[in-house]
Design a protein around this ligand. Structure first.
Ligand SMILES: Cc1cc2nc3c(=O)[nH]c(=O)nc-3n(C[C@H](O)[C@H](O)[C@H](O)COP(=O)(O)OP(=O)(O)OC[C@H]3O[C@@H](n4cnc5c(N)ncnc54)[C@H](O)[C@@H]3O)c2cc1C
Length: 384
């Protein structure tokens, strides 16, 4: 299958693919339903890819977001699942942009060196999904620092992370002029505090996601990132990067699924001819290819704008929307092409089918992306 990869990134792509070649489909299948890919994470960290976005002055790769997105795309395109590590790449962005000089010096070199994991991002709560400002986890200021009480849900990789970036309310919702005020961001060293309970959630994909309970957890004053009350803005700041990176993962998933499907459609002989010679098989694959290519252009446009320091919220949102729909089109076409064998675990189609479905729901639901575009780009009334 032809994929006009950006030639400037060929070395980077082949470097990532080289690491991934030691982790074939059998490796990822063997981890199901819920084993964390520790060997892969160690290898990709040691190769320097997970510290790519950390500036060189802190020992990281100093890569652009475009380059970081290429890394995640290639992991997906190799058949791997970067969801086990993508947060390590971008959650640190909040520390980088809003942390103090001391916080950056304390954490970023350790994260870049792979000695410290910042993989957990605690925002969503059972009672506050897409409506983030309704979170109820509370951080109260006390003489020793802050005391945290509450519950998070879908905090992925918390069991495999040393640090967690937490969004908590420091001023009750009712006392704030705007719902987005009174929220604060904390960097919690989970190895050093008591009162945190983490419970895995069983899901249809291998995602190491959890519920996290905070019971009078005392954290030091210097765990606060930036100013108290401004946490919602800090989290929003990181969302464009996250959406562009997720879009790239979807593009990688779509490439993987299409490549397998095209190979199968060319080989499989039914009624004395290749199944790919039937339009009913060929056209959905061709359509998914066109959708992926279009989404990829928006993804690179969004990433280029981000790297140039230009506003890119609409492009980042569109990239995530289009890429998650395109990879899902590829997943469905690949399932149909494989017929019954699409359901056989050893073909990896059903695994990627499940994995790529997530991105229409998380990190933000596509309905909320459409609501953003409707309101902020088209100038329509707020729909919620
Ligand atoms: C595997 C997995 C991993 C995750 N990892 C993390 C993580 O690491 N950290 C974290 O903080 N969160 C994480 N999440 C949470 C994820 O971000 C949320 O699931 C997502 O934001 C949607 O929230 P919700 O599930 O509560 O859905 P809800 O907000 O309850 O929405 C349910 C449905 O209603 C629709 N809906 C709601 N309101 C509107 C509206 N006004 N207009 C149109 N449609 C609407 C939604 O689009 C959706 O289809 C993860 C989720 C999953 C499944």
């Amino acid at each position: 299958m032809k994929w006009p990869e950006d030639h400037e990134h060929q070395d980077l792509r082949s470097g990532v693919r080289q690491v991934c070649s030691n982790f074939p489909g059998a490796y990822w299948r063997g981890l199901e339903p819920d084993t964390y890919p520790t060997e892969f994470i160690t290898a990709i960290t040691q190769a320097g890819f997970l510290g790519a976005l950390i500036p060189e002055q802190y020992g990281g790769g100093g890569a652009t977001l475009t380059e970081a997105s290429v890394i995640l795309e290639e992991i997906s395109a190799s058949g791997g699942n970067p969801a086990a590590c993508h947060a390590q790449m971008y959650v640190m962005g909040t520390v980088l942009r809003h942390g103090s000089a001391e916080q950056k010096q304390q954490y970023l070199p350790e994260i870049a060196a792979g000695r410290l994991r910042l993989q957990a991002f605690g925002v969503t709560e059972p009672g506050a999904g897409s409506e983030t400002t309704r979170i109820q986890t509370r951080a109260e200021q006390i003489p020793e620092g802050w005391r945290i009480n509450g519950q998070k849900i879908w905090t992925s990789r918390a069991l495999y992370s040393d640090l967690m970036l937490l969004l908590a309310r420091t001023t009750p919702y009712e006392e704030c002029e705007k719902p987005t005020e009174g929220l604060s961001t904390f960097l919690i060293d989970m190895r050093k505090v008591e009162g945190i309970t983490i419970k895995p959630i069983k899901t249809m994909i291998n995602h190491s996601t959890t519920e996290v309970f905070f019971d009078n957890v005392v954290i030091p004053a210097d765990a606060l990132i930036g100013e108290a009350g401004k946490g919602f803005r800090y989290i929003l700041d990181g969302m464009n990067a996250e959406r562009i990176l997720i879009a790239a993962e979807c593009i990688g998933d779509g490439r993987y699924l299409l490549e397998k499907a095209v190979g199968y459609a060319n080989e499989r002989i039914i009624f004395d001819r290749q199944i790919g010679s039937n339009q009913g098989v060929q056209f959905p694959l061709a359509k998914a290819y066109a959708q992926l290519r279009a989404a990829d252009l928006v993804r690179f446009d969004a990433a280029a704008k981000y790297d140039a320091g230009k506003s890119c919220a609409s492009e980042a949102n569109m990239a995530k929307l289009l890429a998650s729909e395109a990879s899902w089109a590829a997943a469905n076409a690949a399932m149909d092409t494989h017929g019954g064998f699409g359901f056989a675990v050893e073909y990896d189609i059903e695994r990627k089918f499940r994995e790529t479905r997530l991105y229409q729901v998380a990190p933000i639901n596509n309905n909320l992306v459409l609501a953003y575009l409707g309101q902020h780009v088209l100038g329509l009334p707020k729909s919620y």
